[in-house]
Design a protein around this ligand. Sequence first.
Ligand code: SAH
Length: 255
Amino acid sequence: MVYMVGAGPGAEDLITVRGARLLGDADVVIYAGSLVNPGLLKLTKRGCKIYNSASMTLEEVVETVRKAEKEGLITVRLHTGDPSIYGAIREQMDAFDKEEITYEICPGVSSFCGAAAALQMEYTLPEISQSVIITRMEGKTGVPKRESIRAFAAHQATMTIFLSAGLLEKLSRELIAGGYEEDTPAAIVYKATWSDEKVIRCTVKNLAEEGKREGISRMALIIVGQAVAQKDYERSRLYHPEFTTGYRQGEKGKE
Ligand code: SAH
């Protein structure tokens, strides 16, 4: 059996209880060494075999799992954040299907949630933005044209931009070309929830300048949109005294 486990954004205690239990049960762990906190490996039992997938191909990962399966061992494939986001798990699952290897996914806290916590922000501020766009700049991996930064910018929703910390100049240009005002609030969150986390608040215009000043070119998320400022929002109706919900009688209804 293979468990594809989300390791969370970085801090060792931000893996789920289930993920931690599975790590403790594993005979074999293959972890994404470039992003997963190696401190999590302390949760493995003695004798557990540990592989770093940063230096492996998909074929090598599948071969390692196949061997473990033959011996009836439990494998944990430890992915950063949540496996469903830029985790390259579909190709892995297809390869497991071909080998008739059964697997289960254990979700994790994605880094975009870690970044919101670092910024102490609510992505979905009433009257400011009610949507979060999870996206990336085109790099070695392409992005469908209809999903370009420029195209998404037109929505003025809150954007969380992955895998783009090394492309800040172009990102800034594309955001502005797509319709963001130059002074739209933005933030760079480097290593969210790790002990060396850095939070930089800036604007769409000076993203690259600020990133360069702090020497950031990887392991960062860029958050863009009016919501980053966390002001000028409408109070939510859910907790308003006048508002009746399925769980609470509002003051108006009581009259
Ligand atoms: N599955 C992961 C994302 C993997 S893609 C998740 O759900 O978070 C790798 C990219 O995620 C990095 O380039 C960076 O943009 C972002 N990332 C991962 N961990 C991060 C962290 N702790 N802080 C900021 N960005 C992070």
